[in-house]
Design a protein around this ligand. Structure first.
Ligand code: ADP
Ligand code: MG
Length: 394
């Protein structure tokens, strides 16, 4: 049995506004799951419902086999044994680190003799040994967040719930704390649900990502599954950057598990990409092609991709942007605008205006049904960048 079973959960804030529209997820014992999605999609509402801070109006939330919430019943938060960690650390400023952690244990009825060793134990887990006598004002943001985590761990909760806990930290610290939170969670083995709107954070920290939009779950999978095989346009655009090429399916049996597509609006438009069961001949699709999948080489004979062969398109270099470890090369392939990402070494001898070849493996071309394109693009919230992304046909 899964550790957390969320079944068809409905949450209404008013008769006219439903924040969760039938959300279902199972989280396994010891698993680290992220709820990812744009601001306002219902992540915090779902997390607060698991914590018992919100009533639900339909469905059920079951943790370790026990019903915690259903329509008409909400077990109070203090009886749920969940640890909740937010972006504001909520430490008591007049108490030392030791007391901040010990206080909760006292409330839970721990004996005095057991409290000291337990505090020492959780401080060790979060890497703060020796700081028990400091006050919160004498700690950095990262250290305060570690104290908050230690405090949540102390009472051995059955589930850890995080709501954007790293949003207050600067970018460098946020990156190292992601890895650190994951390490801590794996060390203690407690099942965790983690809310974030940051796709990079979700990809690094979690075993599985639950992608949400407008009160619904859009797709559930590992970071690799969501990044490489997004089911919808929304998923393709929310996780990183993708060139999206408007196309039509012309055959689904191009050998192996490949299909052939006709790109819209360019000359010599047939290319090979991956087939997908729910994508049929004549369907209109968008082909997702990640910029790092495109190599930029010297002009040579081009081919449109056959099993075991790469797709190569003639192109010219429109712009080059040097950004350190990874650089952008914007290409015009007969009217198709492509963004490629290469390493600085690949820029050697490359100039704006050069005739080149854009080369990619057909397996990195992934079709996404066009149906949901217009509806979900508006809600992704990265529209600025999308302007550059979309395959613009000349
Ligand atoms: P997220 O955490 O994904 O940004 P929330 O779960 O906080 O989103 O909010 C989901 C939606 O519910 C938003 O439209 C938000 O404005 C609305 N909402 C959240 N809390 C309340 C509340 N207490 N009363 C009414 N509407 C709310
Ligand atoms: Mg939120």
């Amino acid at each position: 049995m899964s550790d957390i079973q969320i079944k068809n959960v409905v949450k209404e804030y008013s008769p006219t506004f439903t924040a969760l529209r039938g959300v279902s997820i199972d989280v396994a014992d010891g698993e680290f799951v992220s709820l990812l999605g744009p601001s306002g999609c219902g992540k915090t509402t779902l997390l607060r419902s698991i914590a018992g801070l919100e009533d639900i109006h339909g469905g059920s939330i079951v943790v370790k086999g026990k019903v915690l919430s259903e329509k008409g019943y909400t077990m109070p938060p203090e009886r749920r044994n969940v640890g909740l960690i937010f972006q504001s650390y909520a430490l008591w400023p007049h108490m030392t680190v030791f007391k901040n952690i010990a206080y909760g244990l006292k409330l839970h009825g721990w004996k005095k003799a057991d409290i000291g060793p337990r505090v020492a134990e959780v401080l060790k887990v979060v890497g703060l040994e020796g700081l028990e006598h400091r006050y919160p004002s004498q700690l950095s943001g990262g250290q305060m967040q570690r104290v908050a985590v230690a405090r949540s761990l102390a009472a051995a909760p059955s589930v850890l719930l995080f709501d954007e806990p790293l949003s207050n930290l600067d970018a460098k610290l946020r990156e190292s704390m992601r890895v650190e939170l994951r390490r801590i969670q794996k060390e203690v083995g407690t099942t965790a649900v983690y809310v974030t709107h940051d796709q990079a954070e979700a990809m690094v920290i979690s075993d599985r990502i639950v992608l949400m939009n407008q009160g619904e779950i859009v797709q559930v999978g590992t970071a690799k599954e969501l990044y490489e095989t997004p089911e919808t346009m929304f998923a393709a655009k929310f996780l990183g950057f993708a060139n999206m090429l408007a196309a039509r399916v012309i055959s689904t049996d191009a050998g192996g598990d490949l299909a052939r597509f006709e790109l819209e609006g360019i000359q010599a438009p047939i290319i090979t990409g991956r087939a997908r069961k729910d994508v049929l001949v004549n369907d209109r699709v968008h082909l997702s092609l990640r910029p790092e999948a495109i190599r930029v080489g010297p002009r040579r004979d081009t081919s449109h991709g056959l099993p075991g062969r790469e797709v190569s398109l003639p192109a010219s270099v429109e712009d080059i942007i040097y950004a350190g470890n990874i650089c952008d090369v914007f290409l015009d392939a007969s009217g198709l605008r492509l963004r490629a990402q290469v390493t600085p070494g690949d820029l050697e001898g490359l100039s704006v205006g050069d005739d080149v070849t854009a080369v990619f493996d057909p397996r990195s071309v992934w079709p996404v049904p066009a149906d949901d394109a217009t509806a979900s693009m508006d809600t992704v919230g990265v529209a600025e960048e999308d302007g550059v992304v979309a395959a613009v046909v000349g």
